[in-house]
Design a binder for this molecule. Sequence first.
Ligand SMILES: [Zn+2]
Ligand SMILES: [Zn+2]
Length: 237
Amino acid sequence: MKTLFLTAFLAITIVSCNNKAKETETNATETQAGSNELFACPMHPEVTGKKGEKCSKCGMELTEPVAQGQPAHDSTHDDAAQPTADETAANATSAFSTDEIIANYLKIKNALTKDDANGAATAGKELYKTFNSADASGLTAAQKKEYTDIAGDAKEHAEHIGDNAGKIAHQREHFAILSKDINDLIKLLGSNKKLYQDHCPMYDDGKGAIWISESKEIKNPYYGSKMLTCGSLKKTL
Ligand SMILES: [Zn+2]
Ligand SMILES: [Zn+2]
């Protein structure tokens, strides 16, 4: 008799445990349903996953929304809606200085032209700190929105350059995207320094990449001593 009771009790316990497990499963499925949107690595568009996950190749957070039948994200950035570069630069000179950001970027660039991965890492860390302590409160709402986008991305690339002292090829990958960010930043907020936009046609399997320089002379940060003079001056910023 006692055994029968025990068995019955056990059976009930097992059943209730099963129910609980099922409930948890259902909840999990429900929570996931809301976050089906896909995000890609800013450097490796082929690596996709859910928001907040990390890239399997470089460890960066997957932050780029992947268009799923919707209009592409980038094409919606309409220049017409924003003030012209000249207006913006003039407005911002008193409110926000890009000097320190540009100076640290140029330090990374100059270290890479010398194949100096440690120097690039040190400058990358400085640039990361500069972005962290930059005060954007003086910018207009429109400027601030764009600045926040650019700075958020640039900061991550600066951090990776800082963290990869032993891997100059990886630093250069991040430097290529960082250079685009710095170019956008100068377009948005101007620079007190005369700067040049240079272009290397060979980098990234011939896709090419730009860099920003303080000097007219071509010194290629993507290849350093291997092809120091490869590239051309595109425009004066
Ligand atoms: Zn990286
Ligand atoms: Zn990646």
